[in-house]
Design a protein around this ligand. Structure first.
Ligand code: ZOZ
Ligand code: NAD
Length: 699
């Protein structure tokens, strides 16, 4: 259990908070600070107190794991420490090092003075966990930093670096050398200067832009649709202006408690830990050796190849790019260059940086050019014979021990490993999402034969590329695309049964999905899945329902945005979807051919049919061991498919709805519709009154 110690340096008492790894305010820590503070108060030799942290973990705020569980009876909380500091007649100087976040910053704001090392960053990221600061941050920060700065930090959860924090008044001094020495020197100056030692609560918040609340509210209504916490943060900061300090604190507490109890906060806290759990992979530890990737190569310079090459360049890794079609390679290089130019124009990166990154991408003419690379990613057309041929050629061209990864969306990576028998241990899937340089998700597909070193290399590389890497087993479509198939099938069925593309999209964006499935299909290109459906036609069960709606659109050349028409039509130069009566007529025609009487379908049914299907397939993915845990599926759907983070991901959301209710509904669907056989794991968990989270805990 973490605690706090007290030592003396002349007239200064030094309290060190020690609760590795991040000095969170776990039960026991606030109590220990209070005790050390009381000792320092009682000691006549102490004239000032320096509060600091042990180690490099900073001050990460409340212990997020303790939320949702009862706080031990009688154990002091952060809310007891803060008034004790404010009551202290001896000035308390907090010395910050590294991250100072959430309750950590609230503790710091209650001190008389704040000094910080140059690498310190301060922030109130509570909104990202679904609640506003709850220990006075929304009242003290505006009084120190000004309303506009505080509002932006609290509503968006953004961090501010030490120098900027000093400029805005949050930090009193940035220390260049040794932090403790600097803090002690600062304390001596304060002792010499004597009282008064002013507190944030005694100041008046300064508002420069009277329009800032209205403008922020309007921005949040667009950006944070469906969420409560960002608006709740705004309401709290607003009350720093409209209410006396203590009333503002009461209001903040009220709103904090309301938000903390919300499903939104439970979901966001779940995602926080899910993002960390995903890194834990059986058989892979800190001591598993990983190959240093100093140079890589990408085979295939199409949509994906060019995006993946850009990821490497962004991470500063030299990368070769090869395509059997020299025109395609030239087009890719031109597209990469113009993408960087756009980013320079928007002020995202400097022209020099862009130039340096472009230089890291080296066109290679033949596969022999992969010699000297540590890792090759194959991103050619999605055809097994072609990929086999490329793998065989890579077998002769690659260095001994080089890793060969496939970016395949669906194909059997175990089979690809068999194509290069003596390199089997070095083969795996690295499934990027489009656009690869933007999307955070990377599915690392673990083959039966991949060595721990190969897997560890791919996972470490994923982190270097700024991705969130999720390990998936080999199956058709891995985690995400396997689940996607049934989701889009439901969309086609719903269209035939009476819903329009815009009704389906509105229902799912209303739920919180970043985009509706029809708009997504138009963006990605309807031809891609059409080709796949045609190639897999022989695998289809002819006794089951099939909707030809999307095929018929493709037969008309409606491939989506790139042809100006798909599920919607698009005015030239515009990406805004416009409902198209031609599509309505086509759908009605297909429905009539299949003998379907169309009806009005409400948003609830659309959401249920699409999302319960995801849950059911997710349960199968879990039971088959394709995903290591339900929370990994959540990470895949949030980062790869636009599932709302604030709903916690598909499986967490299912737990919230209740697996028994979902199982009952699916069982009902199964009586009259194809593809609804309940997944055995879903049935079992529902019968036992358990959740997917219980399944994860037991694993
Ligand atoms: O870990 C990064 C981070 O961002 N942490 C969360 C910071 C945050 O959101 N703080 C605000 C918390 S809410 C709050 O503070 C409200 C509050 O006080 C209200 C008070 C009201 C009074 C209530 C009365 C009952 C950080 C940037 C800090 C470090 O990043 P790294 O990449 O270096 O390390 P991670 O993220 O891998 O973390 C290392 C291990 O520490 C665990 N952890 C981090 N922050 C935690 C935490 N555990 C509990 N609480 C936290 N705040 C993290 O899970 C990881 O653990 P393992 O087991 O995965 O290694
Ligand atoms: P694409 O058609 O845009 O590009 C494929 C490129 O491979 C073409 O430029 C082609 O000339 C080149 N190529 C073909 N044979 C080659 C060979 N023998 N040697 C070198 N180059 C060759 O395809 P894409 O969309 O980039 O998809 C590539 C792979 O990535 C596929 O396996 C696909 O399933 C997967 N993927 C695609 C997406 C997506 O959204 N497009 C997303 C994730 C994964």
């Amino acid at each position: 259990m973490g605690g706090a110690s007290l030592e003396h340096e002349g007239a200064v008492g030094i309290i060190t908070i020690d609760n590795p790894p991040v000095n969170a305010m776990s039960p026991g820590v606030p109590g220990a600070i209070l005790e050390r503070l009381a000792e320092a108060q009682a000691d006549n030799a102490v004239e000032a107190v320096v509060l600091r942290c042990a180690g490099k973990g900073g001050l990460a705020g409340a212990d997020i794991r303790s939320f949702g569980t009862p706080w031990p009876e009688g154990e002091p909380t952060l809310r007891d420490v803060i008034p004790a500091i404010e009551r202290s007649a001896k000035p308390v100087i907090v010395a910050l090092n590294g991250y100072c976040l959430g309750g950590g910053l609230e503790l710091a704001l209650s001190c008389h003075y704040r000094v910080a090392s140059r690498k310190t960053e301060v922030g109130q990221p509570e909104v990202l966990l679904g609640f506003p600061p709850g220990a006075g941050g929304t009242q003290r920060l505006p009084r120190l930093a000004g309303v506009e700065t505080a509002l932006a930090m609290i509503v968006d959860g953004t961090y501010v670096a030490a120098e900027d924090a000093a400029r805005s008044g949050i930090i009193d001094r940035v220390i260049n050398g040794d932090l403790l020495e600097g803090a002690l020197a600062f304390a001596s100056e304060r002792i010499a200067a004597g009282p008064p030692h002013s507190l944030a609560r005694e100041r008046t918040p300064v508002l420069k832009d009277p329009n800032v609340f209205a403008a922020t509210r309007e921005r949040l209504e667009r950006r944070a649709r469906g969420q409560r916490a960002p608006i709740a943060c705004l309401e709290c900061v607003e009350s720093a202006l409209t209410l006396p300090f203590d009333e503002g604190i009461r209001k903040e507490r009220e709103i904090f408690e309301e938000c903390m109890a919300s499903p939104e906060s439970a979901a966001l806290r779940h995602v926080f830990f899910a993002e960390r759990a995903v890194r834990k992979v059986p058989g892979i530890g800190k001591d598993t050796p990983a190959r240093a990737v100093e140079r890589a190569a990408i085979i295939g310079a199409g949509t994906m190849g060019r995006g993946i090459a850009t990821c490497f360049a962004n991470a500063g890794i030299p990368v070769g790019l090869m395509d059997s079609d020299s025109g395609a390679l030239e087009r890719a290089l031109a597209a990469i260059r113009s993408d960087y130019e756009r980013r320079v124009k928007r002020g995202r990166i400097s022209a020099a940086d862009a130039e340096a990154r472009v230089k890291l991408i080296e066109p290679i003419e033949t596969l022999e050019g992969v010699a000297g690379t540590d890792l090759v990613i194959e991103a050619v057309f999605e055809e097994m014979p072609l990929k086999e041929e490329v793998f065989r050629a890579l077998d002769s061209a690659c260095d001994e021990g080089a890793i060969i990864a496939s970016n395949t969306s669906y194909l059997d990576v175990d089979h690809l490993a068999d194509v290069v028998p003596h390199r089997r241990g070095n083969v795996l899937g690295m499934h990027f999402f489009s656009p690869a340089q933007v999307m955070r998700l990377l599915e690392v597909v673990r083959t039966d034969s991949a060595s721990p070193e190969t897997l560890a290399t791919a996972l470490a590389l994923g982190r270097r590329l700024g991705k969130i890497a999720v390990v998936a087993g080999v199956c058709h479509g891995f985690i995400g695309n396997r689940m996607l198939e049934g989701y889009t099938r439901q969309v086609r069925f719903l269209l035939e049964e009476g819903a329009s593309p815009s009704e389906i999209d509105a229902a799912l964006t209303g739920f919180g999905m970043a985009m509706g499935p029809c708009a997504v299909a138009d963006l990605a290109g309807l031809d891609v899945s059409w080709r796949k459906r045609k190639a897999d036609a022989h695998l289809r069960d002819p006794s089951k329902r099939y909707s030809a709606v999307a095929d018929r659109l493709c037969e008309l050349g409606r491939f989506g945005q790139k042809t100006g028409a798909g599920y919607y039509r698009y005015e030239s130069g515009s990406r805004a979807p416009v409902p198209d009566p031609e599509v309505d007529a086509l759908i009605a025609e297909v429905a009539a051919e299949n003998g379907i009487t169309r009806r009005a379908i409400g948003a609830d049914e659309i959401v249920q049919r699409c999302l319960y299907h995801l849950v059911n397939e997710g349960a199968r993915v879990l039971e088959d061991g394709i995903a290591l845990r339900a929370s990994d599926i959540d990470i895949v759907w949030i980062n790869g498919y636009g599932f709302p983070r604030w709903r916690g991901g598909v499986m967490h959301w299912a737990d919230h709805v209740g697996l028994d209710a979902i199982h009952d509904t699916i069982t009902g669907f199964n009586e009259s519709q194809d593809y609804w056989e309940p997944a055995p794991l879903l049935g079992r968990l529902a019968a036992e009154g358990k959740s997917f989270a219980d399944f994860d805990r037991a694993a």
